[in-house]
Design a protein around this ligand. Structure first.
Ligand SMILES: *Cc1c(COP(=O)(O)O)cnc(C)c1O
Length: 433
């Protein structure tokens, strides 16, 4: 490409040539676990018992112990963890569920997937998590649950939402897909609501490619969630003889198959003990990176909620003052940064009232519910804070935070360069208009 400017996006020399830390991670022990499954003749919990505890059960026990809770039900992905949590607390078709307006689409699509109506609530500008006052206003007589998400690298207003849920006698479900291992006031997130769910999809900080889990201290919800994820079956009370099934048929709820395979469980069991160490390293590097970015002017981090003891950086999210970047669009700025650094730097999610991935009116399921179609219409919600965040916040993937100080310095150098040459970018924005 012929150079038309100094910025790498316009053909200039990029700030960073070398790759950053890689993700996902695996080592010899991960490999040994996988090989053990491969030759074990048990690849699924719905396969015959082989005389050894399944990796799925071992992971469930380890993940519950990690959170200091009684129970964990692993699932095929985060979406199915949300689904079984909602069905376990008896959310039904036509019921309303509060979800934040700025998060991954699955939070709304899983609700709509069981025929319930996602009520899309605006976020707090400081943390980009669901706003408590906006949630309070959104509650109606039909509200049946709250799905609270700890977003990017922040912790939602747990105290406020626990109280709001109690006042209205609503189950609070915490979605920790972006906050594995985060800790607030002495406890891990996911343990404050009646159920805590998480995704272990490839981009998350604990991952098996695809995967999920739901944790709870409630034996009744545990029993329901077990059945909801295994076609109405649950683990037998007694260890079976080798060759027999470890699942018994109960059918007190309509289950489906959302089981996590033994391969995925084997990976998660191996990686879980690394989570705290990795979270700690990410937190230290994030603090250093933020200190560097803060000296540029016009770049600030999100708020750390009082009581936060461990932050999980899923995406490192910062807010830009676009005046400090020549008034360029967030798209132009993120493209320029991506070109300088060779990592995917993106704006935050598109708010769910205008996100192309959230399209419930095009679902045959919703179409069948003619009388409540209007209630599914995402455009009826107004999300000024989410819109504002979409126009001036950007995210950096967590893998770079597993590097060293020199890595953080080159990221900051990328920001400084894009800021310094933002006049070159203004031209791109002009051309697009
Ligand atoms: C990733 C994610 C999900 C969805 O998880 P899948 O495993 O992709 O189904 C749900 N909620 C949040 C907040 C997420 O970040």
């Amino acid at each position: 490409m012929q150079s038309t400017g100094t910025l790498a996006l316009l053909g200039g020399q990029p700030v960073r040539q070398k790759d950053f830390a890689s993700w996902p991670r695996a080592d010899k022990n991960t490999e040994l676990n996988l090989l053990e499954v491969l030759y074990s003749q048990r690849w699924a919990i719905s396969g015959p018992y082989t005389g050894a505890k399944s990796f799925e059960r071992r992971f469930a026990e380890a993940y519950a112990a990690f959170h200091k809770v009684q129970y964990c039900v692993p699932t095929a992905n985060g979406s199915s963890a949300i689904t079984i949590a909602l069905e376990a607390v008896d959310v039904r078709a036509g019921d309303e569920v509060l979800v934040p307006g700025l998060t991954w689409v699955a939070c709304a699509s899983a609700v709509a997937g069981i025929g319930a109506i996602p009520i899309i609530v605006d976020v707090e500008p400081e943390t980009l998590c669901m706003s408590l006052p906006a949630a309070r206003q959104a509650i109606t007589a039909r509200t049946r649950a709250i799905l609270l998400v700890h977003q990017f690298c922040t912790i939602a207003d747990i105290a406020g939402f626990v109280q709001l849920a109690a006042e209205h006698n609503l189950p609070l479900i915490e979605d920790c897909s972006q906050a594995h291992g985060a800790q607030w006031q002495g406890r891990r997130v996911g343990t404050f609501g009646v159920v805590g769910v998480a995704s272990m999809q490839q981009t998350k900080v604990l991952t098996s490619g695809e995967g999920g889990a739901a944790i709870t201290n409630d034996p009744y919800l545990y029993d329901r969630m077990q059945q909801l994820r295994a076609d109405g079956r649950r683990y037998t009370a007694q260890v079976p003889a080798a060759g027999e099934m470890e699942l018994e048929e109960i059918g007190s709820v309509q289950g489906r198959n959302y089981c996590l395979s033994e391969f995925q469980s084997a990976i998660l069991l191996d990686r879980l003990p690394h989570l705290d160490t990795e979270n700690h390293l990410r937190e230290q590097n994030a603090a250093y990176l933020l200190s560097l970015l803060s000296t540029l002017g016009g770049v600030t981090g999100l708020a750390r909620r009082p009581g936060t003891e461990q932050t999980t950086y899923y995406h490192f999210c910062v807010r830009l003052q676009r005046e400090a970047f020549g008034q360029c669009s967030i798209e132009a700025i993120t493209h320029a940064l991506t070109a300088e650094l060779g990592i995917l730097i993106e704006p935050v999610d598109t708010p769910l009232n205008k996100n192309i991935l959230y399209n419930p009116l095009n679902s045959p399921r919703t179409a069948a519910l003619a009388e409540i179609r209007a209630q599914f219409d995402p455009t009826r919600f107004h999300l000024p804070n989410a819109d504002e965040a979409r126009s001036c916040c950007l995210t950096i993937p967590h893998r770079v935070l597993l590097g060293d100080h020199a890595d953080m310095e080159s990221i900051a150098a990328g920001f400084a360069k894009v800021q310094r040459y933002s006049h070159e970018l203004s031209c791109i924005d002009q051309e697009r208009k």
